[in-house]
Write a protein that binds this ligand. Structure first.
Ligand SMILES: *[C@@H]1O[C@H](CO)[C@@H](O)[C@H](O)[C@H]1NC(C)=O
Ligand SMILES: *[C@@H]1O[C@H](CO)[C@@H](O)[C@H](O)[C@H]1NC(C)=O
Ligand SMILES: *[C@@H]1O[C@H](CO)[C@@H](O)[C@H](O)[C@H]1NC(C)=O
Ligand SMILES: *[C@@H]1O[C@H](CO)[C@@H](O)[C@H](O)[C@H]1NC(C)=O
Ligand SMILES: CC(=O)N[C@H]1CO[C@H](CO)[C@@H](O)[C@@H]1O
Length: 179
């Protein structure tokens, strides 16, 4: 009797551990939309699967009118209900101003933390080189989305619009499921 309980208990414990280590975030899609190819275009834009457990997001933008000294970004989060609907966050900010003085809005800082260690954009303006975001792994996203600032489960879209000199030059949309 005691043994049986122990077996059940250790099974539950093992299952719990599996749940613990299983990724809660799944990247489902990545869309890079150039809106002015004379200004900027994407060299690549993909979710790379190295193996079953190691997937990451990578993109590279070629800039054709350098140096770029005026950048602003809109970030909005959408959640799928009947189609994607705005969810909590929709923020616009001057990226050059943010990069020169990093301690502004905590929400912008949170969004920035997703790429700060994974991109060569992590310096102040101007930008005179191609922009790379590389190896933003599921594991890292998982940590950011479930531990740093817990997000309820669901299907999400993360829309970003990139403006230079007041003109929307490109959009990047990331789709993820949180379970
Ligand atoms: C998946 O690839 C990563 C990076 O190369 C490696 O560290 C990890 O051990 C691999 N995992 C499996 C299960 O093969
Ligand atoms: C974010 O807000 C702007 C300005 O209010 C609006 O035009 C835009 O559609 C919003 N974005 C989303 C995804 O809801
Ligand atoms: C900038 O990103 C690179 C990787 O692209 C990283 O090695 C470096 O530590 C980052 N620097 C800062 C200041 O975050
Ligand atoms: C960036 O360019 C836009 C459009 O020309 C302008 O309205 C805005 O004031 C500029 N921002 C800065 C910080 O110069
Ligand atoms: C959709 C949206 O909010 N667009 C804004 C993004 O940021 C630029 C630059 O600040 C604004 O001009 C847009 O209206």
């Amino acid at each position: 009797m005691y043994f049986k309980h122990l077996v059940v208990l250790s099974f539950v414990f093992a299952a719990y551990q599996i749940v613990q280590i299983t990724s809660r975030v799944e990247l489902t899609n990545l869309k890079c939309i150039p809106l002015d190819k004379s200004f900027a275009d994407f060299e690549y834009c993909r979710i790379k699967a190295v193996n079953r457990s190691y997937k990451y997001l990578a993109l590279k933008v070629n800039l054709f009118k350098v140096p770029v000294t005026n950048v602003s970004i809109n970030v909005s989060v959408l959640k799928r209900l009947n189609g994607y609907k705005p969810f909590l966050y929709n923020i616009t900010f001057d990226a050059c101003k943010f990069m020169s003085s990093k301690n502004t809005n905590p929400l912008i800082k949170y969004f920035y933390s997703f790429i700060s260690e994974h991109s060569n954009m992590n310096h102040s303006c101007p930008y005179s080189h191609d922009l790379i975001v590389d190896k933003v792994s599921i594991e890292f996203l998982n940590h950011q989305l479930t531990e740093v600032l817990p997000v309820p489960e669901g299907d999400y879209a993360f829309y970003t619009s990139w403006y230079a000199y007041g003109k929307n030059r490109a959009d990047v949309r990331i789709y993820a499921t949180i379970t």
